[in-house]
Design a protein around this ligand. Structure first.
Ligand SMILES: [Zn+2]
Length: 88
């Protein structure tokens, strides 16, 4: 897996940045076995992530574009790990 533990100091892509923001806010989490990102479906954490994105966007991005990037990543992440057996 390519999921890294790097923090925001070493974000290379916009998607990586958005994932870091979502993780920081607690809106997504990493499967501890496979490393896939999972949406935690936590409205407050999502709100926090958008707040962080707008207040602290990447240097070359507007607050709106940063928030868009976060919502795009959120849309692309499922709420389950594709490799974990289904919940019982
Ligand atoms: Zn998993």
């Amino acid at each position: 897996m390519l999921m890294s533990k790097e923090r925001r100091t070493a974000i290379r892509t916009l998607r990586g940045w958005a994932i870091a923001v979502l993780q920081e806010a607690g809106a997504i989490r990493e499967c501890e076995y496979h490393g896939w990102m999972q949406d935690r479906a936590e409205p407050h954490a999502r709100e926090r992530a958008f707040q962080i994105a707008r207040l602290d966007p990447p240097p070359d991005l507007s607050p709106e574009a940063a928030a868009d990037a976060v919502s795009e990543v959120l849309d692309s992440i499922g709420d389950t790990c594709p490799e974990c057996p289904p919940e019982v």
